[in-house]
Write a protein of this length. Sequence first.
Length: 393
Amino acid sequence: MCSEPLSLAHAASERSVATYRGNTGTVYSPVMERIDVAKQRMHNQRLTGVPFDRPEEVVRWLGAVQSQDYGGAKWGVAQRTTGATNAELDRLFAEGAILRTHVLRPTWHFVAPDDIRWLLGLTGPRVHAANAFRYRQLELDDVTLRRGNDLLANALQGGKSLTRAELAEAIQGGGIDTSGQRLAHMVMYAELDAVICSGHLRGKQFTYALFDERVPRTREFTRDEALAELTRRYFASHGPATVQDFAWWSGLTVTDGKTGIELAKAHLTSEVVDGRTYWLAAAPMAVQPRTPAVHLIPNYDEYLVAYRDRSAALDESVIGKIMSDRDAIFADSIIIDGLVAGRWRRTVGRYEVTVRTSPFVPLSGAERDAVRAAADVYGRFLELPVRFEDVMG
């Protein structure tokens, strides 16, 4: 293995940046560059800096966490805590402290119980609109979909949790065909209408519960209140980001994003980087973490999936290793000092987990040690010993 430092991770440290010293003695950068966007995002997402104590705090802070890959999403949440385990995430999910439903975009997200009602009220209509063509293709008209909602609600009453197959039986019992993709879209429709949401796990099977029995009552938000809250929370937890990034993540329109920024402007500030306006919370810039800062993030992690433009995390030296910009969000990625530096895979066995890393470029000794340490953190999350394999890409 080459002992030269990884150029993409260390290029930023070679530049000269004007700084000032705040009241606490912390050094901040008043001028943001592209690499600073990546590092500030790492800090605001709590991958660096001070982590949260509990997984529920992560989900609430981020607003929503994409979670169609349930195992990967749990690991993504845990990395932003002081050491949550896979078993702890399963317990919180079973208890309903973390919920999973279709919201924001047409995919599953983890959300906090206190947030799910206003999030669905704000973004659910947009997902319905995005699905409208597919509903028509599947011959699911409004009458059929609302009838499905009623059948599901009746089947789940009394604290029941049912699997998807059992939901299909309930709908079919009411005389509605659930073949092909009809069932999936009827279940999604019921989630978006706040009729059902995630229940506990039954072995490895997901179940659904009646929304009003699973979710506490919270005060109602006006649309402007909900839009202001989601905008503020997104840019605080995911910033620096553009209004186009917010529109992609939230599933709302760019016009909604601009309105949200105006509504939340007292809590935000902006920076212009390479001619683009980035918004973030009105707070001092992040302190640079000790390098190398390495994370093994899962596919669909918020660090990459939450932005329309992911170029801040993609150095030119690795672009050829990535099939497309979208490919960056579909793979488990090695992140070094905020930049994608390779891929990793895990094979979870009964007695150990194998972590296989494939860097895009040669790593320095310190970077290799940090990657191995990150694999050990993953092992502690699963509460399994790690068998580590490093393969040069």
